[in-house]
Ligand binder design. Structure first.
Ligand SMILES: [Fe+2]
Ligand SMILES: [Fe+2]
Length: 147
């Protein structure tokens, strides 16, 4: 059976959203934990859509995710205020934009003008914007002794 050797074991299914320290860690423990939690909530949205095929549940989870993201952003903004981070206003404006984009997506899916299937791709992009943005505060926070 020469061909049996050619058949490799199926690849383990890669989760659509998975936390990776190398890729996602900003090196500030409390924010890494919060980011990790947001990534887990993104997975929950994706699972509701792709495994449970439950649009209502996906939208509920998306709403919850947006609320949790807002409180995470508030937390970051508070810490930035405490250390007088020079780019705080710009970072806050980016946070506001991220929340607005997510709410706009939620609304479009709710009113049927956009397929719920667009949510996961949006969230992937949303997450990478968050990560890129947050790298900007790391050096300053670490200088202030935050770990
Ligand atoms: Fe963040
Ligand atoms: Fe941020």
């Amino acid at each position: 059976m020469w061909f049996s050797k050619q058949i490799s074991a199926p690849e383990p299914k890669q989760p659509f959203f998975a936390w990776s320290s190398e890729e996602h860690s900003v090196g500030i423990r409390v924010f890494d934990q919060e980011h990790q939690r947001l990534v887990a909530l993104m997975s929950q949205v994706h699972i509701a859509l792709m495994e449970k095929h439950d649009r209502t549940l996906a939208l509920e989870r998306l709403e919850f995710l947006i609320a949790q993201a807002r409180s995470h952003f508030d937390h970051e903004e508070g810490v930035m205020g405490n250390i007088e981070f020079a780019e705080r206003d710009a970072h806050m404006a980016e946070h506001t934009a991220l929340i607005e984009q997510a709410n706009a997506l939620l609304q479009k899916v709710q009113n049927g003008s956009l397929s719920a299937l667009a949510i996961s791709a949006f969230l992937k992009d949303w997450l990478s914007h968050m990560q890129i943005l947050d790298r900007k505060y790391v050096a300053t926070m670490r200088r202030h002794g935050l770990r």
